[in-house]
Design a binder for this molecule. Structure first.
Ligand SMILES: [Cu+2]
Length: 233
């Protein structure tokens, strides 16, 4: 199994990067600084800087696909959801224009279905959909350059009539590609929005304790309850 995973991961990564037959990377990401972005459950954002710090980077993220029952109302109604990282919608990725996004997409063997990911921020190969199709028990690494600023959807697109089924069952999310000098308001003033502060993290942690009895099929939702005014920017 590991050999299969490795072969799939390496071959797809080589294709996505434009490697030659000797495995040499011919894409534009070699030599760039690599950083890891820890994804969090919406509506929260991962830690990020409003203005890019230095040259473009390779931003590594990891998502685990979870097929599971989730509770959707206080009365306890449940649905079978297909999710990126356990939440609906999936986590928000934040990068800057010209950064590379390097996603490790994991489909655990406990799942039943084939999945992939289609980034509307990526160009070609169905936004990665053609390169990232993974069966249960497989994982894949996919890298693309975020060439245009904006907020773009990503979603599962395993092909044919099941595409809308996977999307409406939860496999959708967004990536925000910031201009390298950050966002500006209507008067062209730099946005004061910045990364999540430590004080917000502490607030979330304390709320986790207070809401530990909240019924939910999603542990992350227990940890990160609905955001109040105090944690909105
Ligand atoms: Cu899917």
């Amino acid at each position: 199994m590991r050999t299969t995973l490795l072969a799939i991961g390496v071959s797809i990564l080589m294709f996505a990067l434009g490697c030659d037959s000797n495995g040499r990377v011919s894409g534009g990401a070699e030599g760039l600084e690599r950083v890891t972005q820890t994804l969090v459950t919406p509506p929260f954002l991962p830690e990020y800087e409003q203005v890019a710090d230095g040259d473009p980077k390779v931003v590594q993220v990891r998502m685990v696909i979870e097929e599971k029952l989730i509770e959707i109302d206080p009365a306890g109604a449940k649905i079978w959801a297909l999710t990126f990282d356990g939440s609906v919608p999936g986590p928000i990725i934040v990068v800057h224009q010209d950064d590379y996004v390097e996603l490790t997409l994991v489909n655990p063997e406990t799942n039943m279905l084939q999945h992939n990911i289609d980034f509307h921020a990526a160009t070609g190969a169905l936004g990665g959909g053609e390169l990232t199709l993974v069966n249960p028990g497989q994982e894949v690494v996919f890298r693309f350059k975020a060439t245009k600023p904006g907020v773009f959807v990503y979603h599962c697109a395993p092909g044919g009539v099941v595409i809308p089924l996977h999307i409406v069952s939860g496999m959708n999310g967004a990536i925000m590609v910031l201009p390298r000098d950050g966002l500006r308001d209507a008067e062209a003033n730099p946005s004061r929005t910045t990364r999540r502060t430590p004080s917000v993290s502490r607030t979330i942690t304390s709320r986790k304790t207070r809401t530990a009895s909240t019924k939910s099929m999603n542990p992350r939702r227990r940890a990160l309850p609905t955001c109040s005014k105090s944690c909105r920017r």
